[in-house]
Unconditional design. Structure first.
Length: 400
């Protein structure tokens, strides 16, 4: 197929089918509790539904040593079981390559542990904190940056000292922004999440709260009217979802995102650039356009963190730059995410862009646009004193 034919195929919205769970009723399928109870989390459950490659079977056998496997029925149905390179499949089914760590990889690539003044609270930037409120997710991404603490099978356990964390926030008046993450905060009950948000909202200097979640993608049934009504009480509240491939944006996901948007919650998307999954401009263009149709603003495109066992999924940085270059000028600016690298070891997010400034000379900047046309932009210069005097003279003369 041509790139445009691929784009057209990827931008359609389709429901997640139910054929692998023939005994489930439509009511059960739409119940997030049923979805969680029926997750695919064992080798036998996986092999009863699809044929695994040798690399996948070995990866599943090793999964309990690093990061658990868990896939919701909704997301599992999106897997092309006849395609070993299916972009959905590669995100959630373990592979033997995860067992090998490249020399540059690390357990905590973002340096979160060393910026944790209170267990569960990461304070790396002056005015904002990351609050890890759970170690569980609906499904587990195989490139998970926090695999050391997420899912309960890693080398570390996530410790949360709730009261100490809230007291730390109360005392640190420079903090105005709290990001809830984990694990996935939307996996918590409505009541528990409401209590957390209420406590944060009682701290005067915290201006707004953000939630990072892949629940709308993995488990759109969780986005109930009741959840949206609860979240709506805590504005200004922002939600960052995580979608990597246009196939993930089903009709159910679109409806869930619209419920959140209708509750007044601004939505942004954070993607991870992944080899063989979304590392070309056609897939990325389809993804950002579908996100916009779901009322989600593409926000970040992350270079995959140097997490242990991720070498088979990481791409060269040049790939990300090329994708941004091919998006710029070929789609709306609303659809172009900021490409970032999280500085290894705790350097924070560093924006990475194609080079559009060709030279910066005294008094002028030489630029190029997306078509490689060259332009000169003069730096502003002060108005000469003589000109100012002449202007004043003209005004005085005209008033007489």
């Amino acid at each position: 197929m041509t790139d445009e034919e691929v784009y057209d195929r990827l931008t359609g919205f389709h429901p997640s089918e139910m054929d692998l769970w023939p005994d489930a009723s439509r009511e059960q399928w739409q119940d997030y509790r049923w979805q969680l109870k029926n997750r695919v989390s064992s080798l036998s459950a996986l092999e009863s539904r699809m044929e695994l490659s040798q690399e996948e079977r070995a990866g599943v056998l090793l999964a309990g040593q690093k990061l658990a496997m868990s896939i919701t029925p909704h997301f599992f149905q999106l897997i092309d079981r006849n395609d070993p390179d299916c972009p959905i499949r590669r995100q959630v089914i373990p592979r033997i390559e995860e067992a090998w760590s490249a020399p540059e990889e690390m357990a905590d690539p973002c340096g979160e542990d060393r910026h944790m003044p209170v267990p569960g609270l990461v304070h790396r930037y002056p005015d904002r904190v990351l609050f890890l409120v759970t170690d569980r997710c609906a499904s587990y991404c195989r490139y998970c940056t926090r695999s050391r603490v997420v899912s309960g099978v890693g080398d570390q356990q996530l410790e949360i000292q709730w009261e100490s964390a809230f007291q730390y926030l109360e005392k640190n008046t420079a903090v105005r922004d709290v990001l809830l993450s984990g694990g996935d905060p939307l996996l918590l009950s409505d009541d528990k999440l409401d209590r957390i948000l209420t406590r944060l909202r009682s701290i005067p200097h915290i201006q707004f709260v953000r939630i990072g979640s892949r629940i709308p993608i993995f488990l759109p049934q969780r986005i109930t009217p009741e959840l949206c009504a609860m979240l709506q009480k805590h504005h200004p509240l922002f939600l960052s979802i995580h979608s990597n491939h246009p196939k993930e944006l089903t009709t159910e996901v679109k409806a869930a995102l619209e419920r959140l948007a209708n509750a007044g919650i601004p939505l942004g998307n954070q993607s991870v650039l992944l080899r063989g999954i979304n590392d070309n401009a056609t897939v990325q263009r389809a993804l950002v356009h579908k996100l916009l149709m779901c009322r989600v603003r593409p926000y970040y495109l992350y270079q995959c963190d140097l997490i242990n066992g991720s070498a088979h999924l990481r791409t060269p940085v040049a790939t990300g730059l090329e994708i941004i270059e091919q998006l710029r000028g070929h789609t709306t600016g609303y659809g172009i995410p900021q490409y970032v690298i999280d500085g290894p070891g705790g350097g924070g997010k560093i924006p990475i862009n194609p080079e559009y400034i060709l030279s910066h000379q005294p008094g002028r900047i030489i630029l190029r646009n997306y078509e490689n046309e060259v332009f000169e932009y003069p730096d502003p210069q002060p108005i000469p004193q003589q000109v100012m005097e002449e202007l004043y003279s003209q005004i005085l003369t005209s008033n007489h």
